[in-house]
Design a protein around this ligand. Structure first.
Ligand SMILES: [Zn+2]
Length: 120
């Protein structure tokens, strides 16, 4: 556990493609009004460990609540492969949608963190 790996990820149609370096050790889901609907599993990485290779112009921006997180989804296929935000100390972070990573191991939801975003 804990080995860093370069994961390739993309939206459903493939317009948005990226690479992210992570060990996937702090995955979590969230019960806020948006994440509950998406059903995604997240893993945050420092922005420096994330490279967007294509699709920047395809990304639509969605804000809600405190508007601190840039939720980005593909205009064509509607999938949100990642979001941009910060870690609370001002460090730029990217929240990966683990379900969009190629070769990532299947997620066992009983072993991941559950953020209580609904009561944040
Ligand atoms: Zn797409």
């Amino acid at each position: 556990m804990g080995e860093m790996h370069d994961y390739h990820g993309q939206c459903h149609c493939g317009a948005v493609r990226f690479t992210a370096r992570t060990n996937l050790v702090s995955m979590g889901d969230c019960n806020c009004s948006r994440c509950r609907r998406l059903g995604w599993v997240m893993q945050s990485v420092p922005a420096a460990d994330f490279s967007l290779h294509s699709g920047e112009e395809q990304l639509a921006l969605y804000h809600f609540n405190t508007e601190k997180i840039d939720h980005l989804f593909c205009r064509n296929c509607g999938i949100e492969p990642f979001a941009r935000g910060s870690d609370g100390k001002g460090n730029e972070m990217v929240m990966l949608n683990v379900n969009c990573l190629e070769g990532a191991p299947p997620v066992d939801r009983s072993t991941i963190s559950h953020w209580d975003g609904a009561n944040f």
